[in-house]
Design a protein around this ligand. Structure first.
Ligand code: HEM
Ligand code: HEM
Length: 185
């Protein structure tokens, strides 16, 4: 047993930064996927459409960096004990959702990156163009974009489960789970 009742501060900051970036990536990605390039241009104009594409790619690459740091702060520092302890159901469901989120949030930007590069489009991070890492391959790009879209819905589902669990602990069970990730208390 140790006295720690919070994740270490940098890990908490990364949690909330990742949460913001994930929600913005999902909102921009799903809007682009729903409209498609042609309809986005006719509805929003060329300049705004390009800004949304560049912003979406920038958010995705930033997420890859943030998740790398987050894995380090998760593995290198002690995780607080649950006080009171979680029951077996809560422990199994929350741990599974957390691990699936980690996995999905590493795989998703890699798929986005390779789908973009193999389609012959620029991989942008702010105004920089990053190396594509793989050559042009139209069919592969189509497949990867299809998986990018599917994984987007899976991530949205995991986030809904996760946030429902957090709200349940915070507002209904009123235990200390929210405090573990809080920046303020
Ligand atoms: C939207 C994207 C979000 C993602 C991807 C995400 C991801 C995660 C992950 C992977 C963990 C496990 C702890 C770790 O290893 O870092 C965690 C913990 C936690 N999250 Fe989130 N989270 C998100 C949003 C939220 C929101 C909106 C809330 C609150 C309403 C929240 C509340 C919490 C709490 C309280 C914990 C601590 C749970 C515990 O240790 O038992 N998260 N989050
Ligand atoms: C975790 C980070 C990311 C999330 C959550 C995310 C999410 C999404 C979602 C949900 C879509 C809609 C797909 C569809 O319905 O067809 C999408 C589209 C797209 N994503 Fe991502 N994405 C991420 C990272 C990236 C990265 C790193 C890149 C490239 C560097 C990228 C490039 C694209 C492009 C170009 C589209 C538009 C595809 C189209 O026009 O159909 N994404 N993204």
């Amino acid at each position: 047993m140790h006295e720690l009742d919070h994740y270490i501060y940098p890990h908490r900051v990364l949690h909330w930064l990742v949460a913001g970036v994930v929600l913005l990536s999902l909102a921009s990605g799903l809007s682009l996927g729903f409209l498609g390039y042609e309809r986005a241009v006719s509805l929003l104009g060329n300049a705004l459409t390009n800004v949304i594409y560049t912003s979406h790619k920038t958010l995705g690459v930033a997420l890859l960096l943030l998740m790398t740091l987050r894995i380090i702060t998760r593995l290198a520092f002690v995780i607080p004990d649950h006080d009171p302890p979680l029951n077996a159901f809560e422990r199994i469901v929350s741990t599974s959702v957390h691990h699936l989120l980690y996995l999905a949030l590493i795989v998703m930007p890699i798929i986005g990156w390779t789908a973009t590069a193999s389609g012959g489009f620029p991989v942008e991070f702010f105004h920089w163009h990053l190396p594509g890492l793989i050559g042009r391959h139209e069919e592969l790009s189509e497949q990867l974009f299809m998986w990018h879209g599917r994984l987007g819905w899976i991530i949205l589902g995991l986030v809904v489960l996760h946030v429902s669990g957090a709200l349940f602990h915070w507002k209904i069970k009123r235990d200390n789970v929210m405090k573990r990730m809080s920046l303020f208390d």
